[in-house]
Design a protein around this ligand. Sequence first.
Ligand SMILES: Nc1ncnc2c1ncn2[C@@H]1O[C@H](COP(=O)(O)OP(=O)(O)OP(=O)(O)O)[C@@H](O)[C@H]1O
Ligand SMILES: [Mg+2]
Length: 207
Amino acid sequence: MSTVSNATNIFWQDCQLGKPERQKLLNQKGCVVWITGLSGSGKSTLACSLSSELHSKGKLSYILDGDNLRHGLNKDLGFKPEDRTENIRRTGEVAKLFADAGLICVASLISPYRRDRDTCRAMLPDANFIEVYMNMPLALCEARDPKGLYKLARAGKIKGFTGIDDPYEPPLNCEIELKEDNGVCPTPNVMAGQVVSYLEEKGFLHC
Ligand SMILES: Nc1ncnc2c1ncn2[C@@H]1O[C@H](COP(=O)(O)OP(=O)(O)OP(=O)(O)O)[C@@H](O)[C@H]1O
Ligand SMILES: [Mg+2]
């Protein structure tokens, strides 16, 4: 499946104009905001809110959403473990390119396996990979069920569904953890604000 390391006699082509010049042009620093969590935890919603908030501040971002990528780049992949791993690897490589372009790349995918997320982290300087964990209870995600997938999984009509009969491995050392406050889920705007504050604090919104 993967074509990693299969080629030989491959050289790296350098160019004088690099990431620093692009970052200067955009007045921001390229990075990857990687949003992970159960289906229905609000990853895509947060990604959209975050992207809008950054846009309103004059900052360029681009969303790599798991569902959308499966319509194109990853449409040959299913949900068995090796396909999930390849799905995340490809997304990580694309995210790395967007970050190199100087953009704030927002990746929103369930990305259930810790090792796969860590592989993506290792593709970038550590500080440039900002892992955001949507730590929402399974019961909340299942109650939302906007796509009706939990219902199908519970009925045994979807096999290997994350959180039901396939594992979700929570991050051990994420940069940002978002969760309910006294049993109430913060609004997408509030959560986007938390991520923007983090980016501001770490200097990603200026060059
Ligand atoms: N902060 C929030 N407060 C209340 N409802 C929310 C919040 N965030 C998302 N939702 C709602 O929860 C549902 C699931 O959100 P969303 O589609 O963003 O989840 P997801 O994590 O991207 O799921 P999937 O992995 O299946 O794509 C949607 O109906 C959305 O409107
Ligand atoms: Mg989504």
